[in-house]
Every structure is written in C-alpha cells, then in structure tokens.
Write a protein that binds this ligand. Structure first.
Ligand SMILES: Cc1ncc(COP(=O)(O)O)c(C=O)c1O
Length: 337
C-alpha cells in the first residue's frame, strides 16, 4: 500500500500507477491495454475535441470491514455509458469490456485502494472519446475507452454537514429533449457559468426544468431528494442523469420503511419538505440546510444539522458498501484480488 494520507484526500485527482485503454477501430473493439503513461496522443482534429464526442462515468471500489474489496454497481455504470455513447453517436462499450477494464484497473492499482475505516475509496473514471480526425461536422469512426483510477477521500471529513443551494433561472442545464439524461462532458461545461459563481460564494446550484422553470430538475452534479411524511420524493424528468445512488436509495428507503415517489416537484413544494438532499457517487448524500430563491426573494430553511432520514439513508448505503449490512440486491461485486 502506498504511503498516502488517506484521511486528508479530497475529491481531486491523485495519480495511481495504471491507465487502462481500449481502442475501437474498423468497427470493433481491440484488447485491453495497461499503460503507465497518463497522456493520450490525440489528433488535434479528434471528434472529442472538435465536436464534443465525449462521455464519462464515475464509480468506486471500497475496502470492507471484512477486508474484502467491493465494487459498487458497475454494471449500472456500464449501462449508462452505453446510453451516453448512443446519445452522442459513439461506439458503445460492451458491458463485459467495461467491467473487465474496471477489474483490471483495480488489480493493477490495488496499492492505491484506501484501508477500511478511512472513509476513502478508489474512484474509477471511465472515459469514452471520439479519436477520428474530422474537419467536417459529423461523428468519427474511431473511439478510445480509458479507465482512470484515483484514490479519493471521504466527502464529509468526519462531520456530516449541510450545504446551501441557490435556485438558478438564468442558465438552463439541459434542454427538455437534449442530453441532460446522459453523462457527457458538454453538459458540465455548459453549466459552469451558473455553478462556478455560486460555488465561489459557497453555494450549490439547483436547476429547474428548462421549459417552464417550474419544477426541480438537477441539483448541481447530483439528483434532488425531498423528504416529508415518511416519503422519499425525487424528480421524474427526462433531463436529469439517472443517478445510480438515487436508484439505490429508492430501494433502501423502502427497506427502511419509507414510501417512495418519483414525480414532478414544483418549486412551491419546497416549503413542505422536512429534509432535502442532493445525492450522487461522490458525496453519497449531501443534506441541504437551506435553498435560496433569489428571483422570488425567498429562502427555504431545513436547519443547520442534517436530518434524521438523510443520516439513516447515508449510513445504510455506506453499510452495504463496507459489508456491514446485507447486500440484498446484489449491488457489490467482491473483487477477486
Ligand atoms: C449531473 C449528475 N446528476 C446526478 C449524478 C449522480 O449520479 P450517480 O449517483 O450515478 O453518481 C451525477 C454524478 O455522477 C451527475 O453528474
């Protein structure tokens, strides 16, 4: 194991030993390759650079209480990358190629897997890019699939805390029938002009649906959850990313005795929630203390401390990922290392 200060790692890139790569040429995928070189030798006209043919994923491997290493729901990430690839007219990565690449990355970078009890994990960032040089507008024929590995630290650094979000109406994250439901780089670049100024003031960004600006859509780079009357409520929208964490929470919420609803959430409903939170792989669940709606001169206050349901849901998913709670849904693959 590498001499890394695991407890002080953030959600930033820390170099591990190997990159896993695979090329798509002449209509088929080649063999997986492992390289120590972290740079890609890319043509300046590559369709990834010219026309944004790029999609990515994010998932974790975690050392459990029993010393075993668990990879969380990687088939779901494989499925989502396929759907992102199809949305951008790229060659989809077959599920078995995706999962083999993650297993190989874990095996070769095992020294970067943080020990149990640090809250840290080994994060994989699979990436799919168009590599064909093209000047005329159109998709390429060649693609590169890359898996980057990086250890990341515990998001909350010991103290589970709340964050303030701001409702943003001057920027839309994604068009109603656009690419919001896909994990493609363009969505993120297009939202920075809203998220960065808010971030510099210490706020997260709450996007509304871009057609009516009436319903809650995406919560920065996470899905939104509202909780009231024992009910877990999350938006139904075609322009949000189908979060694997949110999907897992919907099952765990039922196990914990909650009702679950996926439906439109009007902004005015924010005043009736007992708890709100953002969810995603990085933070798992990030409780919201306050939502400010500057255009309407309103603020919705959920309190400085995380709510009880947010805490229960957070503990439940962490317990599954660390082997402390039964994995009733077969979410974790025990790594063969
Ligand atoms: C825009 C967006 N929404 C939601 C999520 C949460 O998805 P997941 O739980 O699969 O990480 C992410 C992060 O991956 C994201 O970037």
């Amino acid at each position: 194991m590498k001499p890394i200060d695991w407890t002080n790692l953030g959600f930033e890139y820390t170099e591990a030993d190997y990159l896993i790569r695979c090329s798509y040429k002449d209509g088929h995928w080649g063999e997986l390759r492992a390289t120590k070189d972290k740079y890609l030798n890319l043509h300046a006209c590559a369709t990834a650079l010219q026309y944004g043919q790029e999609a990515f994923e994010g998932l974790k491997a975690i050392r459990g209480v029993d010393g075993k290493v668990r990879i969380f729901r990687m088939e779901e990430n494989a499925k989502r990358l396929r759907s992102s690839a199809e949305a951008l007219y790229m060659a989809p990565v077959p599920t078995n190629l995706f999962t083999d690449a993650i297993r190989l990355s874990l095996k070769l970078n095992i020294d970067y897997l943080p020990p149990y009890g640090t809250g840290a994990s080994l994060y994989f960032r699979p990436l799919l890019i168009g590599t064909s040089p093209r000047l005329g507008v159109g998709p390429g024929s060649d693609y590169e699939f890359v898996v980057i590995a990086s250890p990341i630290g515990e998001y909350f650094k010991g103290k589970f805390h709340t964050t303030t979000f701001i409702i943003t109406r001057h920027v839309d994250r994604a068009a109603p029938l656009g690419t919001g439901a896909y994990k493609v780089g363009g969505n993120y670049a297009a939202s920075f002009r809203a998220t960065e100024p808010n971030h510099q003031q210490g706020y997260g960004t709450l996007f509304l649906d871009s057609k009516y600006h009436r319903y809650i859509d995406e919560c920065g780079a996470a899905n939104f959850i509202g909780i009231k009357d024992n009910t877990y409520i999350t938006p139904r929208s075609r322009s949000i990313l189908p979060s694997i964490t949110n999907n897992s929470f919907m099952s765990l919420a039922v196990e914990l005795g909650m009702r679950v609803e996926r439906r439109h959430i009007e902004v005015s409903e924010l005043s009736s929630f007992e708890e709100c939170a953002a969810c995603g792989t990085a933070s798992i669940i990030s409780p919201i203390g306050m939502i400010i709606d500057p255009d309407k001169g309103r603020a919705y206050d959920y309190g400085k401390e995380p709510g009880a349901w947010s805490r229960r849901l957070y503990d439940a998913i962490l317990d599954v990922q660390h082997g402390r709670r039964a994995d009733n849904h077969g979410w974790c693959e025990i790594a063969d290392i």
